[in-house]
Design a protein around this ligand. Sequence first.
Ligand code: COA
Length: 146
Amino acid sequence: MENITVAVIRSSAPEYKEVWQLREDVLRKPLGMSLVNEDLSMDAEDDIYIAISDGKVIGCLMLHSISNTVMKFRQMAVSADWQGKGVGRKLMTKAEEDIKAKGYTTIMLHARQIVADFYLALDYDITSSAFTEVGIPHVIMKKILQ
Ligand SMILES: CC(C)(COP(=O)(O)OP(=O)(O)OC[C@H]1O[C@@H](n2cnc3c(N)ncnc32)[C@H](O)[C@@H]1OP(=O)(O)O)[C@@H](O)C(=O)NCCC(=O)NCCS
């Protein structure tokens, strides 16, 4: 993990192309879907956290501000080769620290139900019943920043 760095970019940065491809490969292709068919205009409003190893983007997490105190985390993805090695935790923890310093108190996200345990391990609570998004079950999860 020592050689993994975290950076924050906007969608105008050159690394955004790699972020797009990572989301496509990890979050859309396995569902038989493509980002090409989606409205990605919201991306331009987000801070994008990226994990970099050896000059390549291996993880991403997008932060969308809902209000002065509530932040939505979305598009959490780690490349297949790097899953289960702490990259997701590292991105989530860094983003949480940064937004807490900016005065945010609450994080909400739509978690795929099959990975809810990942967010539970990071102290998020399930706050909704299951609903369908991108064709699969999701739950809303929240964390109050202490
Ligand atoms: C889910 C995902 C983001 C987690 O990132 P990761 O780098 O693989 O996870 P980490 O190695 O940082 O794991 C952090 C903790 O969560 C747990 N965890 C990770 N993935 C998990 C999973 N799929 N199910 C249950 N627990 C999981 C780990 O055991 C670990 O717990 P520990 O630190 O107490 O041992 C990543 O595996 C991924 O991109 N998966 C496919 C895409 C996806 O489902 N994205 C989320 C959409 S809501």
